[in-house]
Design a protein around this ligand. Sequence first.
Ligand code: ZN
Length: 397
Amino acid sequence: MTIDLIPCRKVQIVRPKQICQPKPVNLKAILAPLDIPNPKHLRQTVELLTAFPTRNSLSPNLRPACEALKAQLHQHNALQVELMDYTLPQGRRIPEPTPCTQVIATLPGTRPNRILIGGHLDSLNLSVKPEEGPAPGANDDASGVAVTAEIARILAAKSHPNTLQFIAFTGEEQGLLGATALAARAKSENWIIDAMLNNDTVGSSSNLSGQKDDQSIRIFSEEAETHNSRELARFVELIIRETQPEFRAKLVFRRDRFGRGGDHTPFASAGFNAVRFIEVHEEFAHQHTPDDTIDKMDFDYLARVAAANLAVMATLAQAGDSPQEVQIKRDQTHDTTITWKATPGIKYVVYHRETTSPVWQSAVPVGEADSHTVKLVNKDDHIFAVGAEYGVPLEAQ
Ligand SMILES: [Zn+2]
């Protein structure tokens, strides 16, 4: 039996763009002094990495590839660049425990809070032995490392309140091993990580089936009691919407794609806010093969992805401490009053959206306050949140 559905009436979709008034914060002032991502620089980093026949984590090329990237990042005086040595534990693609390394560049801030961005430097060719055969890994994931390195270059030209870290992970293709090692180190060294942005496979705008989208990026996030990654994703969408009107963050409310993983997940599992950026139309047939080559990339698209990441990083770099105990006053009025525990000197922004909207529809700066009443927006049909200026908001309960 088939059921005939009544055809949908054509409705005018109200784009959040048109109703997000006023601006959450003055983002133009943050971005104006910064350089913009350059497609030529992005290409140079991908060329640097793909010049190694393979960057498999078990190959002797891995360390020289990390050293080459370290040397590139080292050109920016403000960056402290380290090779973090760790051991790949025995596992599915690791026959025995093997020493490995990954690249971490740190731009110290005046606050201990950290914002991380990264991609994975290692590559994989599933059809040959790990030490042999070409694994160019141009899009997966020299593209993410190139974005990371370009943003490091741009942000290192200025100082920022929060501490920024730029990471080229390894061991990703063997089970997110480098990210797992760094997340464990972060826990043991009591790092305060406010956000982690993982860029993995972000440099191609089309697939072999003819689908193309060079104006959007997917943001994967999961929801859990132990971290606020979904709110980070919503904040990323808002910042991109406000700073790049022609570009779209397409939120996907999943940890990752089916049967696949990424370096954000060990951080989320360790209780940190972490999301994944990935192109819209990935071509599975190229991944983990000798065909993942630079000629299939779109560097103008990659530069737009880098610009989106830069806006988010530069914004989060300014954020103060999140508010505590964000609560909705449960009175029966047509207005909604939100209260929170404030930190002296920090300005706040109050957000709201309808319960069915995945994205924020309003963001109102309220200054140094510990409560705010949103007039004629009822608490029953809406979700509210409060964030420190430039920071990831916390949903009101
Ligand atoms: Zn990857």
